[in-house]
Design a protein around this ligand. Sequence first.
Ligand SMILES: Nc1ncnc2c1ncn2[C@@H]1O[C@H](COP(=O)(O)OP(=O)(O)OP(=O)(O)O)[C@@H](O)[C@H]1O
Length: 237
Amino acid sequence: MTLLNVDIKSAGYDKEKEIIHNIHFNVKEGELIGLIGPNGAGKSTTIKTILGLLENKEGEISFRENTKYSYVPERPIFYDELTLWEHLDFIAAVEALPDKEYKEKAKDFLEQYKLTEHAHEYPGKYSKGMQQKAMLILAMITSPKVYIIDEPFIGLDPNAMKLFLKLIETEQKRGAGILMSTHVLDTAEKVCDRFLMIHNGQLQAAGTLKDIREQCNLPDGSLYDCFHLVAEGNPDE
Ligand SMILES: Nc1ncnc2c1ncn2[C@@H]1O[C@H](COP(=O)(O)OP(=O)(O)OP(=O)(O)O)[C@@H](O)[C@H]1O
């Protein structure tokens, strides 16, 4: 079942300058989709367009009816005057989450991510990795049907990375669809079901690794080889 359908004809920050063109894909239940591309390719712009943050947009973005989604930005954003628990309470209040259920879930996440002892501190003062983990907890607490995650791996230590991947898998099994932009291609190759390869604001290749290899004419290539070909035009350099 399709949860999110993206049909961007063009989008950009200023009326005169379009940044992305003809980006079409969907996210289905239980799928993890990797949004891949070099710096400045248009990944964050695609995400911002999906989130409705860009006014200059031609095309259609449609979430399945009543689909709740969570966005995890590349750079964590917190309220200065709220502790992590207060952030969780705030989200629970806005989303009208059942009290007992969300508290149990929150405690479980905090324990897993080793943030229990820091839950009453201000996340603005956490280390980078702790902030990233806190953002993930805030995203997961509402049990959304769709996740939109901008580069989750930077700043996570190896244990946190493993935990994140495990939680993502659990969320997929629950039926959540995930769109995740990342530069960590070896991990993406292992965990993503499909890929969207963007360069110069356009979709250059899309599909499973097999599809991408065929489109790049690299039958045994890794995701990195295909990325390199798309980004640089030569897989061997
Ligand atoms: N706020 C902005 N205003 C104007 N142009 C922007 C803005 N943000 C990004 N751009 C431009 O849009 C283009 C695509 O940038 P975008 O941030 O989408 O790339 P990206 O693929 O997410 O890159 P990275 O891997 O470096 O995060 C770049 O040319 C960039 O200069």
